[in-house]
Design a protein around this ligand. Structure first.
Ligand SMILES: [Fe+2]
Ligand SMILES: [Fe+2]
Length: 214
């Protein structure tokens, strides 16, 4: 897969997750959000580590790349604000919509503007190689995440069995519910006008939209 194919596939996956987010309710909504967060963190990571650095120097892509970093920062802020919610209340929903609009805007800019200019700035071979590098980085990150999840579940299991042995009878491990509740409280989710799309900036799939922006 070359760089563009890989990134487009990621974009599509996230778009589908946002569709699921719209129809999901209650706790299930938060579950879908977690998936979106994981996907977006991985995607922005490989772009910032591998794809964007290759586009920072060429004159054709310099400005758009700088803008892309800024848009990533906005998305990361929104993800942070949305994380840790216990229920998706009205404010959370508004913020989630803002996230979706920001992501859609950014994806359009990448696919309709940046990719075209990157094609001019880079050799075919480089585009292929960047794709392979990003694929490898994704696999490395995902492997690491799986490993740490496995490690923590093994840790929990061994703790559980140790507790059972100590007590001489089966006893379930105490859940740190209070701790988790403390952690998620006190975070108010408001965009505070920070994001560019919060003000209802039009969503357009037309390529012509790009012309009016600069
Ligand atoms: Fe992207
Ligand atoms: Fe991006």
């Amino acid at each position: 897969m070359n760089a563009f194919e890989l990134l487009r596939a990621d974009h599509e996956k996230v778009a589908q997750l946002f569709e699921r987010l719209e129809s999901a309710t209650g706790k299930a909504k938060l579950g879908v959000f977690d998936q979106i967060k994981t996907e977006l963190e991985l995607h922005t990571h490989i772009e910032e580590k591998i794809f964007y650095p290759a586009l920072e120097r060429p004159a054709e892509t310099q400005e758009l790349t700088a803008e892309a970093y800024e848009e990533h920062a906005t998305v990361k802020n929104l993800l942070r604000e949305l994380s840790g919610a216990r229920t998706p209340n009205e404010q959370w929903e508004i913020l989630a919509k803002t996230l979706q609009e920001n992501v859609e805007h950014h994806v359009q800019e990448e696919e309709n503007e940046l990719f075209g200019k990157a094609r001019q700035a880079l050799e075919e071979e480089e585009i292929e190689e960047l794709g392979q590098q990003m694929e490898a980085e994704k696999a490395r990150k995902q492997g690491g995440a799986r490993k740490s999840a496995k490690k923590s579940s093994t840790k929990k299991a061994s703790k559980k069995s140790a507790a059972a042995k100590k007590g001489g009878k089966k006893r379930s491990a105490k859940k740190p519910a209070k701790k988790a509740a403390k952690k998620s409280s006190g975070k108010k989710g408001a965009s505070k006008g920070r994001s560019r799309k919060a003000s209802g900036k039009k969503r357009s799939t037309k390529k012509s939209a790009k012309k009016g922006r600069r």
